[in-house]
Design a protein around this ligand. Structure first.
Ligand SMILES: [Zn+2]
Length: 483
């Protein structure tokens, strides 16, 4: 009896082992997709309002069918906000998939440290073939932890400071922190590099620039003949520089404005983009220098869009106003005025229309122009306003009269008002002046009257706004307020 039982037990164990073997053979022989459908080795996306399977598939470079198969869904299933969908195609990645817009200073290594995903995984997630594809404003896919924990930027490692010191100062285990930041050991930290540590804050700073809390690029998308605005919050005494490289008629041009301190402790710069700048993708350079002299620089690509300026019919104007020598001498004078930089913002809030009639625009900014009898190609550097409702010209914003110059060959009787921070307004072809050089003016003050002086084909005001000497579309300032 005892023998029989033993034998029977042995047979049972053999049978179970055989079944297991057969099962494992069947499973290992099954197509990969079926295994994934059972397993939890796919990253998860949580459905948000406005999503549908098609947009989700588009975002994650997959198909509706693949998502349905991975989640054992049929077309009869309704997608609801908050549903968890396994996303096929990213095997080996775990956590929640989220999308965000590439912030300034981003690099694959910083993104890898912050999201705790490998560079290869991030490149695969975002179909990157080159790090330069991480340009500002591009939507990127990242993974985050299921438990909602986040990573935040640590203060910059200063020259002479060790990574271990940085870790201890921030209450972090140096070994865990170096592993988290993909360093082979805690003595491999580099000064000025960006490192991350776990954070319990709701919105930790993810900016990959040491010593800089935030950078905002305003007035996007950037367009030819418009301006870019950069606002930076950095530790006290950090010197900030930014410039945008773009091509104008085949020659590289750099618009490098100055950063000015604002009362709230941040710094702001207004940069003019030439109306002849070729649309395309260009590098924007940023450099930050700490009071200790540590410098940190990076380039980020931005898209410069076409503003679709039209061409005006050829214009008939007096020959002397097209004479190169005359134009050059006058331009020299105005180039010198454009160098003036007043470190205070003199304007306040929304600007107003400088003439009496609100919609009396005769010719727009940026239109391509030719003049009868001149081979040159020009563009219209301002907005031409007629005299539909009277001939008064008003100050659109507070400022200081920088120049009141009568009888210029091209510009006629011309007034220049400095609004501070590199912003100037210019009023051409005026009949007379009601203000004088050096005078402070307030918004709405009478500056003078519309005339027909200089290179003008009929009475009108040529209203121009220069940003660091580059004329930009005056509509920028009439349509919204800055900063
Ligand atoms: Zn004009």
């Amino acid at each position: 009896m005892a023998h029989y039982t033993q034998r029977h037990q042995l047979t049972l164990i053999r049978r179970i082992a055989l079944y297991l073997l057969v099962f494992s053979i069947i499973f290992s022989g099954m197509p990969a997709q079926t295994v994934q459908a059972q397993g939890a080795q796919m990253p998860v996306y949580i459905v948000r309002s406005g999503d549908n399977l098609w947009t989700i598939a588009q975002t994650f470079y997959t198909t509706v069918d693949a998502i349905m198969a991975a989640n054992q869904r049929t077309s009869a299933d309704v997608l609801a906000v908050g549903d968890r969908l396994s996303i096929p195609g990213f095997e080996g990645l775990q956590g929640l998939l989220t999308t965000e817009y590439a912030p300034l200073g981003i690099s694959l290594i910083s993104l890898s440290r912050r999201t705790q995903s490998s560079i290869a995984a991030l490149a695969r997630l975002n179909r990157l073939t080159s790090p330069s594809e991480l340009f500002i404003g591009r939507q990127i896919i990242v993974t985050s932890r299921e438990d909602g924990s986040r990573m935040e930027t640590l203060p910059a490692l200063m020259p002479g400071q060790s990574f271990m010191e940085l870790a201890l100062l921030n209450n972090q285990n140096p070994w865990a922190l170096s592993r988290m930041n993909l360093l082979a050991s805690s003595d491999r930290g580099l000064p000025k590099d960006t490192y991350y540590a776990p954070s319990d804050k709701a919105n930790p700073s993810a900016l990959a620039i040491p010593g800089v809390q935030s950078i905002t690029l305003d007035n996007q998308p950037f367009r030819q003949g418009y301006m870019w605005v950069a606002k930076v919050s950095a530790e006290a005494g950090v010197d900030v520089r930014a410039s945008l490289d773009y091509q104008v008629l085949g020659n590289p041009r750099v618009s490098a404005p100055q950063f000015f301190p604002l009362p709230d402790g941040s710094q702001i710069a207004y940069g003019g983009i030439h109306a002849f700048a070729d649309p395309g993708v260009y590098p924007m350079h940023f450099s930050f220098t700490t009071p200790e002299g540590a410098a940190y620089t990076f380039d980020q690509y931005i898209i410069l869009r076409d503003a679709f300026y039209e061409a005006d019919p050829p214009l008939n104007v007096p020959a002397e106003t097209l004479d190169d020598a005359n134009i050059e001498a006058e331009d020299k004078l105005f180039d010198a005025l454009a160098q003036v930089r007043t470190p205070d913002q003199l304007w306040n809030g929304q600007w107003i229309y400088p003439t009496q009639h609100p919609v009396c625009e005769k010719s727009y900014f940026g239109s391509r122009r030719t003049y009868v009898g001149s081979p040159g190609s020009f563009y219209h550097t301002g907005l031409d306003l007629g005299y539909c409702g009277g001939t008064d010209i008003y100050a659109p914003a507070d400022g200081k009269v920088l120049a009141a110059l009568p009888n210029q060959i091209v510009r006629g009787n011309v007034l220049v008002i400095d609004h501070g921070l590199g912003i100037q307004t210019i009023y051409m072809h005026m009949d007379d002046f009601n203000v004088e050089e050096g005078q402070m003016v307030s918004q709405g003050d009478l500056l003078g009257h519309i005339g027909n002086t200089g290179r003008s084909a009929g009475p009108h005001l040529h209203f121009q706004v220069d940003v660091d000497g580059t004329p930009i579309n005056p509509r920028s300032w009439l349509d919204r307020s800055f900063p």
